[in-house]
Design a binder for this molecule. Structure first.
Ligand SMILES: [Zn+2]
Ligand SMILES: [Zn+2]
Length: 300
């Protein structure tokens, strides 16, 4: 594991108001979309502008992967748009070279039985980062797995997260308690925690990372995904964390990163991680915090 520590340029007493000695950028927006996902607005150049204004070092584009048989086709690129996606990201990478590290990633679904297809898909390009997602809000997933019992659905979701980790196909599990927003009145974290911990034990054994996704504050249960109780369990198991805003518009790039880094520190983490060439890099949270520029200064 490489420590991303431009320590010489990042004094520990850095004051973000002191623009004469700005800390070196270290963070990436690791989770973002483009209009190819049909529910995201803004082109990569607009996202990149905000990333630079927020003091980021890079920005990883993670559009939803194409799926077979029309699965959730309303929110993802079609099969025939995959090459267009690669061109879109490569163009942004070239445009911003030397100013911002724009990386090719993808948010790939996990649905039991998808493994062979997803494996082939991941071999079609040199990805830097693959997010693995179980999306319990998707109609097709729900039709397969919701049998009328919200608590059973929640438990199955965490089992599927563990299965996703065990496939070895993904670098990081995205928004790993998203299911709490499906039946928010039926969410009781204490009741679910024993089942979640079983899943986390399996996840920890694989070495996969997990994401703290700041977009959760805009969902039915206004909390980051995962919330604080689960975050503590993740910390106790030493599972590496990645921070992402799941930006579907430029103004959300690095949204609430300071807050999320604070949650991670509270849970006991000292480092966060990001992926480049599908390899994990560690960043000290204090250096990450010092590197960010205020959101107000960013282009909204
Ligand atoms: Zn997602
Ligand atoms: Zn996403």
């Amino acid at each position: 594991m490489t420590d991303v520590s431009p320590a010489a340029a990042a004094p520990t007493s850095f004051d973000s108001a002191n623009s004469a000695h700005p800390a070196a950028p270290v963070l990436y927006e690791t989770h973002s979309h483009t209009p190819l996902c049909k529910h995201s607005v803004g082109m990569p150049d607009e996202f990149a502008e905000v990333a630079v204004a927020r003091g980021l070092r890079g920005y990883t584009i993670t559009c939803h992967c194409p799926m077979e048989d029309g699965y959730h086709a309303s929110c993802r690129m079609a099969q025939e748009q995959f090459d267009e996606y690669l061109r879109l990201v490569r163009k942004a990478t070239a445009t911003w070279a030397g100013r911002l590290d724009v990386l090719l990633g993808m948010e790939s679904d996990y649905v039991p039985g998808c493994e062979a297809y997803i494996r082939r898909l991941h071999q079609r390009a040199d990805f830097h980062y693959i997010l693995g997602s179980v999306h319990p809000q998707v109609r097709e997933y729900k039709q397969l797995y919701y049998k009328g019992d919200p608590f059973a659905y929640q438990r199955l979701y965490f089992t599927h997260l563990a299965e996703a980790a065990e496939t070895g196909l993904y670098d990081c599990l995205a928004h790993p308690d998203l299911v709490k927003n499906e039946f928010p009145s039926a969410w009781n974290v204490e009741r679910a925690l024993p089942f979640i911990c079983e899943a986390l034990d399996r996840i920890a054994a694989t070495g996969i990372a997990m994401e703290i996704n700041t977009s959760g504050v805009n969902k039915a249960i206004s909390q980051m995904n995962p919330g604080p109780e689960i975050l503590r369990e993740i910390a106790q198991r030493g599972i590496p964390m990645v921070i992402g805003a799941d930006a579907h518009k430029p103004g959300r790039v690095a949204d609430r990163f300071e807050e999320a880094l604070g949650h991670l520190k509270d849970a006991g983490f000292t480092h966060i991680h990001l992926f480049r060439e599908r390899k994990k890099q560690a960043i000290a949270i204090d250096i990450a915090l010092a590197s960010l520029r205020p959101a107000a200064a960013a282009v909204r």
